[in-house]
Design a protein around this ligand. Structure first.
Ligand code: GDP
Ligand code: IMO
Ligand code: MG
Length: 432
């Protein structure tokens, strides 16, 4: 069975850990959207790896990792990541493939991302400054540069003229920019020989792999609530982080996605601007941030923290067809007197249980909480469900009830082995 693993919240739910954990059951792990705005952390016996562009399955030998057409690729970031892995004994050669249709993030995208944010001032999005939005802008405007275009680097070829036009257009918008098209082209020409062996028609590769019976895991970046269409627009990323993005971002039929695992923290976090209805501005928010080490894996920015938002999670379950949740960071709630779940929002005199589509309306929502007793015995490192304190089990059961989905995986620490897999909650084929 092929499985899509994606974020059910605003990113950083622990997708990296869950993908790495499940990879031994799969032959291929494929990223379908986003770029190096993502930071997916994997701990292997205490050793920390942060993956930005390369799928989080790469740490397992024999697994093929795919960067799909829906991803925007910064080649400098890609090679830095390959080098980081090589320096730690992980060789990607022969098992990392990049789609010829993936769009490139070029230096002018990064420059423009920073400038656009500065110009927005108070209305800034709080992007990761990686050039993600501007690269997708060029893609949609049909002036982007794709990986496969690098095959023709001739000075009067289509790639060179596209880059010249794009640099000239950006330079008109950025008055003090001294960017030169020839420098951009020169850098690409230097990187191409190294990239060429990785480039292929990844849609065809996936088609053949599935035909041969290799199981594919689709790895989402960001989260459902940052999705360009379904997230809290405009405070979103520029791609479809929801399950549908896996089909378009990899060129596989929607039916290839046979199950969806939504990763959600046992509380909630968000980096950057935009509404977060359950955000805690008090000592509890600070406690979650410090205990959960809630600082961005890519940018180091402190993450905003709040109680579990079941309205938002239910929405993510609905739009992605989430079959089960992987509930992470349960251990971060250890030792609290009480824990809260937001089961509805209050907007003026109205109580609502569905996520408003309008972001100003979402920002006006106040959480309606249910309070439950916390647990005093730690859950950290526990690997069997029955050994969790009864209050923690009740909390999980209530989350399952209000989100109307089973919690098939429960994570109690950052390392691979700090995990509970509840095989009784899902079909046997899920994890081999
Ligand atoms: P991703 O972007 O969804 O892959 O998540 P990040 O890697 O950005 O952030 C998740 C953070 O939580 C990482 O530092 C993980 O090592 C850590 N983590 C994941 N699961 C757990 C868990 O169950 N308990 C604790 N304490 N940390 C976890
Ligand atoms: P992973 O995959 C959390 C947020 C940024 C900003 C908004 C737009 O690690 O979960 P962008 O640079 O994409 O244009 O920024 O999206 N954002 C993330 N937040 N986790 C991520 O990735 C994110 N990638 C982007 O903070 O609010
Ligand atoms: Mg992250």
């Amino acid at each position: 069975m092929n499985l899509c693993v994606l974020g059910a919240h605003w990113g950083d739910e622990g997708k990296g850990k869950i993908v790495d954990l499940l990879t031994p059951h799969f032959g291929v792990v494929a990223r379908y959207q986003g770029g190096h705005n993502a930071g997916h952390t994997v701990y292997v016996q205490g050793e920390k790896f942060v993956l930005h562009l390369i799928p989080s399955g790469i740490l397992h030998d024999g697994v093929t990792c795919v960067i799909g057409n829906g991803v925007v690729v910064d080649l400098t970031a890609l090679f830095a990541e390959i080098d980081m892995l090589a320096s730690r004994g992980i060789d990607v050669s022969g098992r990392l493939l990049v789609s010829d249709k993936a769009h490139l993030i070029l230096p002018y995208h990064r420059e423009f991302d920073v400038l656009a944010e500065a110009r927005r001032g108070e209305r800034r999005i709080g992007t990761t400054s990686r050039g993600i939005g501007p690269a997708y802008e060029d893609k949609i405007a049909r002036r982007g540069v794709r990986v496969g275009d690098l095959a023709d680097l001739s000075p009067d070829g289509p790639l060179a003229s596209a880059i010249r036009e794009n640099v000239a257009a950006r330079n008109r918008l950025i008055h003090d920019s001294a960017m030169k098209a020839d420098d951009v082209l020169g850098a690409l020409a230097e990187l191409w020989p190294r990239l060429r062996p990785l480039v292929t028609d990844t849609s065809l590769f996936l088609h053949r792999a599935m035909k041969e019976g290799r199981r594919v895991m689709f790895e989402g970046a960001q989260g459902a609530l940052l999705d360009i269409d379904h997230g809290s627009y405009p405070f979103v990323t520029s791609s479809n982080a929801t399950a549908g993005g896996a089909a378009t971002g990899l060129g596989v039929p929607p039916r290839a996605i046979q199950a969806v695992l939504g990763v959600a923290k046992a509380y909630i976090t968000r980096v950057g601007e935009g509404p977060l209805p359950t955000e805690l501005f008090d000592e509890m928010g600070e406690r979650l941030r410090e205990t959960g080490q809630e600082y961005g894996a890519s940018t180091g920015r402190p993450r905003r923290c709040g109680w579990f938002d079941a309205v938002a999670t239910r929405y993510a379950v609905r739009i992605n067809g989430i079959d089960a949740l992987a509930l992470t960071k349960l251990d971060v709630l250890d030792g609290l007197d009480e824990v809260k779940i937001c089961t509805a929002y209050r907007r003026g005199a109205e109580t609502i249980t569905e996520m408003p589509g309008d972001t100003a309306q979402l920002a006006a929502c106040e959480p309606v909480y249910e309070t439950m007793p916390g647990w005093k015995t730690p859950t950290a490192g526990i690997t069997e469900y029955d050994r969790l304190p009864v209050e923690a089990r009740r909390y999980i059961a209530r989350l399952e009830e209000v989100c109307d989905v089973p919690a098939a995986v429960i994570s109690t620490g950052s390392d691979r082995q700090h995990t509970i897999i509840r095989r009784d909650t899902i079909a046997a084929e899920w994890f081999g």
